[in-house]
Design a protein around this ligand. Structure first.
Ligand code: IMP
Ligand code: MG
Length: 180
């Protein structure tokens, strides 16, 4: 256990099993088709790397950087695209991947942006869903785990840039927030 972590929610093994299950579901749902995965940096990198290895279909991988400006803890809802996709997605199936859906603003905004390129479809996949914090009617098509309204880190998720490389997902100790 890491000294700044209050409680481990999902161990490395539990995450791996869930990612395997999600990959199998996506493979079945898109059988016979190709997928373009659009992953949101930086939080979704670990989830994306593991999930795409469990999708047994032709997959092309692309990345976007979306950043919200304003006070993030209150969720400004102004989503800025810092890096756009390189792939041509017109007429293609797109799977947009993020680490977590919280207010829902990021996935809502980015999936609408992707739709403007006329893909065949846009679906969304997240490892975590903090449903209590949603401010719109956005829901991900593929969800790993529902979580309570707690700030979590690890497996790509950060607090002020730290803790992304923890192999598990855990709740940060309140004292750590206070220090920042
Ligand atoms: P949304 O636009 O509010 O749905 O926010 C999604 C983004 O908020 C994610 O990509 C994360 O970067 C960040 N986020 C939300 N909750 C957490 C958390 O508990 N830990 C770390 N990052 C979080
Ligand atoms: Mg993020």
């Amino acid at each position: 256990m890491h000294k700044d972590i209050k409680e481990v929610l999902f161990s490395e093994e539990v995450i791996a099993a869930k990612v395997q299950e999600m990959g199998a579901q996506i493979t079945a749902d898109y059988a016979g088709q190709k997928l373009i995965v659009v992953s949101l940096l930086k939080g979704a990198v670990y989830f994306t790397a593991d999930l795409t290895k469990k999708i047994d279909l032709p997959v092309r991988l692309d990345f976007m950087i979306a950043s919200s400006y304003g006070d993030e803890s209150i969720s400004a809802g102004n989503i800025n695209v810092i890096k756009d996709i390189d792939e041509k997605i017109a007429g293609k199936h797109v799977l947009l991947i993020d680490d977590i859906i919280d207010t829902g603003l990021t996935l809502d905004k980015i999936s609408k942006l992707l739709e403007t390129h006329h893909p065949l479809s846009v679906k969304t996949a997240v490892l975590l869903d903090k449903g209590a914090r949603r401010v719109n009617n956005m829901n991900a098509d593929y969800v790993g785990f529902e979580i309570p309204d707690e700030f979590v880190v690890g497996y790509g998720l950060d607090f002020a840039g730290d803790y992304r490389n923890l192999p598990f997902i855990g709740i940060l100790k309140p004292a750590v927030f206070a220090k920042k």
